[in-house]
Write a protein that binds this ligand. Structure first.
Ligand SMILES: N[C@@H](CCC(=O)N[C@@H](CS)C(=O)NCC(=O)O)C(=O)O
Length: 294
């Protein structure tokens, strides 16, 4: 392959034989990322009054779980009451020993179910969604075809998000400089994924077909939620052109439980915008009505 027409970035950069981390990269995650996993300091996790203890932040991955919990409560599963504790990933809370004990990957969301002895830890948002859906027997169809289609879209989302969050969102919103090659590469894939959804939703009400499932709850905070919200790439990606996706977004996103779930474990300088922690259904009474955004 002839790459002589392109200069490296920074100019003259040649990857060393063995990669070693630098001390500082800049950007929003520059001082948080490390090539070594594990706890960085000692701190236990708080435990509230409900069987389900969620340790999270209201990022797209975090929203998936609070959407499902709020949907379960709205559907009458009162055992789905939960305490949602904020793990502020921008402050490094995810590296506390207690949190890493629940999720060795040190990323939100993580759940502990205290209704079983010994308590059961669940990490990876997709695993948490399946766990809760099976525990309560809701939002994951049991009929083989519908269940498989739900899991198809759930796994699709779990595999796709790194391109949007870790890829496009990172290079567009978080990186300390704008790199055209990186942004182009991830914009291309993000648009392709949006087109996959738009095409499918042209002939299906929900992702798994006629039934609203955990697949919808997993996808919505990312597509198009994160594009309007954290990453502000909606105009850049011309999200308004994906009409079928937006039809579904308006239908699912305006469900009261979805709107509630998307406001948990988030911080804001605007009073009444979000709930930093959630311990009771009445916590939402303190919030102002909110428009549908990311
Ligand atoms: N595959 C994981 C991804 C979780 C993830 O990437 N979480 C992000 C926030 S959305 C995080 O905790 N980042 C903190 C960090 O990278 O240190 C899941 O779906 O649960």
């Amino acid at each position: 392959m002839n790459e002589s027409h392109l200069d490296n970035l920074p100019a003259g950069y040649v990857p060393p034989k063995v990669w070693r981390p630098k001390h500082e990269y800049g950007g929003q995650f520059g001082s948080i990322n490390s090539p070594v996993s594990g706890a960085r300091f000692e701190r236990e996790l708080p435990v509230g009054k409900h069987p389900l203890q969620l340790y999270s932040q209201g990022t797209p991955n975090g929203q998936k779980i609070t959407i499902l919990l709020e949907e379960l409560l709205a559907a009458g599963y009162s055992d789905a009451e939960y305490d949602a504790w904020l793990v502020d990933i921008f402050k490094g809370d995810q590296f506390a020993s207690g949190f890493v004990g629940v999720n060795p990957n040190a990323k939100i969301p993580a759940l502990v179910d205290h209704s079983v002895d010994p308590v059961l830890r669940v990490f990876e948002s997709g695993s948490i969604l399946v766990y809760l859906a099976e525990r309560f027997g809701a939002f994951l169809p049991t009929e083989r075809r519908a269940r498989t289609e739900t899991l198809n879209w759930l796994m699709w989302q779990m595999g796709s998000a790194p391109f949007v969050g870790g890829g496009l969102g990172h290079f567009y919103a978080y990186a300390p400089m704008k790199i055209e090659y990186a942004i182009d590469r991830y914009a291309m894939e993000a648009k392709r994924q949006l087109h996959v959804l738009d095409t499918h939703l042209a002939s299906h009400e929900y992702l798994a077909g006629n039934e609203y499932t955990i697949a919808d709850m997993a996808v919505l905070p990312w597509y198009p939620g994160s594009l309007y919200g954290v990453y502000k790439t909606h105009e850049f990606l011309a999200v308004e052109e994906y009409q079928h996706l937006l039809r579904w977004y308006r239908a699912v996103g305006t469900r009261p439980a979805v709107a509630r779930g998307r406001r948990v474990n988030r911080t804001s300088s605007v009073p009444g915008e979000f709930l930093r922690e959630r311990h009771d259904a009445s916590d939402f009474d303190t919030l102002a009505p909110e428009p549908l955004t990311g």
